[in-house]
Ligand binder design. Structure first.
Ligand code: ASP
Length: 412
């Protein structure tokens, strides 16, 4: 019995759980609320991974570049491309959400005890100051990801500056990052149960009418991701790196498939690395740095989705957004995507940050959580393809790519 369960690929178990959850919810009605705790259990387990995973994988990523000078030339370019493509992706999500309005048509009542956050009045200087962790331990305890990222990057730079003396620390952090990847895989096994419970709750509480807007959200999420892959990554590879697109996608295919089925950039990391090094011919130091960092920081599928989901939440619960709110969403969604860990459902957790900034009910998170997994699979495939595209673009600029290897298809 147990063996047979594990023999079914995880993604198939998840899709099965999703369908069963919907049926159960529709039959059970509001009583399905009683099993919502199983979904919350799953979301808590994901949250548990966020801080250590971000800390260890970022430090290991910076340390992987090997020397400080290289960090300057490669790191600056990579970070710039991460931010530009992230911002473009959020803009795409906002455009799709405004044009198609997936949540419009019927306004839902907020369930009892739901929370509408007060839009946070934060100035730009406050936001900048909040990125500096005045106490790193407290930052970690509170799970504030952006200052944690700053701390982790600086810690990695410290390791590079200390050189040989810090080699044991670098090795330890590398091992810890690997351990976190394994823990991620363990937690992922909870997904079918969490998805079942959440879907039953959504279908039971909101009925058929709740499922229709969800279906259009899912469709838009896929469309948005495909546009990012074709236009933004296509542009990076064709126009910035001036290399043939077909070889790029052929080289990344393995990693895209693994990302799609695991919904975790971190769990896919070893495969992404192999594809970028072996199939795309990017040097080891550049690929280790860009891909490890990218697995946490560069999440364009997630950025697009955060923009889209915020509009969706506003539409289903009837919240009116101003132009200023759109700007706020663009900024917080870009930061949210940077802060999201490379694990299933991380985008879901970061929604709170974006929703709070413009007063969209936090209940939207539970509303979309059941279908998050199917969207997450596509977001993750998009995210890691972005790591490949940025690696290729940066490596082309710094001369760290073997073009012959890139173009030869036989090693795929
Ligand atoms: N699961 C995604 C990733 O690992 C993050 C997200 O939830 O959007 O890349």
């Amino acid at each position: 019995m147990v063996r047979a369960w594990f023999r079914i690929p995880l993604w198939q178990r998840v899709i099965g759980a999703l369908i069963l959850g919907v049926i159960t919810g529709l039959l059970w009605g509001e009583g399905a609320e009683q099993i919502k705790w199983i979904g919350d259990f799953f979301i808590r387990a994901i949250r548990m991974l966020v801080v250590p995973l971000i800390l260890f994988s970022l430090v290991a990523g910076v340390a992987a570049i090997g020397d400080l000078r290289k960090l300057g030339t490669v790191g600056g370019r990579a970070l710039l491309l991460f931010v530009i493509t992230g911002f473009a992706s959020v803009t795409l999500g906002l455009t799709l959400g405004t044009l198609v309005t997936p949540g419009a048509g019927r306004t839902f009542e907020l369930p009892e005890g739901a929370t509408i956050p007060e839009p946070a009045e934060t100035s730009v200087t406050e936001m900048i100051l909040a990125m500096i962790p005045s106490n790193p331990v407290q930052t970690m305890a509170q799970g504030d990801v952006l200052p944690l990222i700053v701390f982790a990057l600086l810690f990695g730079i410290g390791i590079l500056m200390a050189g040989k003396d810090a080699a044991p620390v670098a090795r330890g952090v590398d091992a810890a990052a690997l351990v976190m990847q394994k823990m991620t895989m363990l937690v992922m096994e909870l997904t079918p149960f969490g998805v079942f419970a959440l879907m039953a709750w959504v279908a039971g509480t909101f009925g058929y009418e709740g499922l229709i807007p969800l279906a259009s959200l899912v469709a838009l999420n896929y469309l948005g991701c495909l546009i990012i892959i074709a236009v933004i990554y296509g542009g990076l590879v064709r126009l910035v790196a001036r290399l043939p697109l077909i070889d790029f996608f052929r080289g990344m295919a393995d990693a895209m498939a693994v990302a799609y089925s695991t919904a975790s950039s971190s769990a896919t990391l070893p495969v992404t690395l192999r594809c970028v090094q072996r199939n795309l011919g990017v040097s080891k130091s550049v690929s280790s740095f860009v891909v490890s960092l990218g697995a946490t920081i560069n999440m364009n599928g997630t950025a697009m989705y955060l923009g889209l989901a915020t509009l969706f939440g506003a539409q289903i619960f009837g919240v009116t957004l101003t132009f200023g709110d759109y700007v706020m969403i663009a900024i917080t969604a870009t930061l949210g995507a940077i802060g999201a860990a490379g694990i299933p459902g991380a985008g879901l957790i970061m929604m709170g940050l974006v929703f709070t900034s413009v007063g969209v009910p936090l209940e939207t998170i539970a509303f979309v959580a059941g279908v998050d997994r199917i969207m997450d699979m596509m977001r993750t495939a998009t995210n890691i393809t972005g790591d490949g595209a940025v690696s290729v673009a940066v490596a082309r600029m710094t001369g760290d790519i073997d073009v012959e290897e890139f173009e030869s298809a036989d090693d795929v």
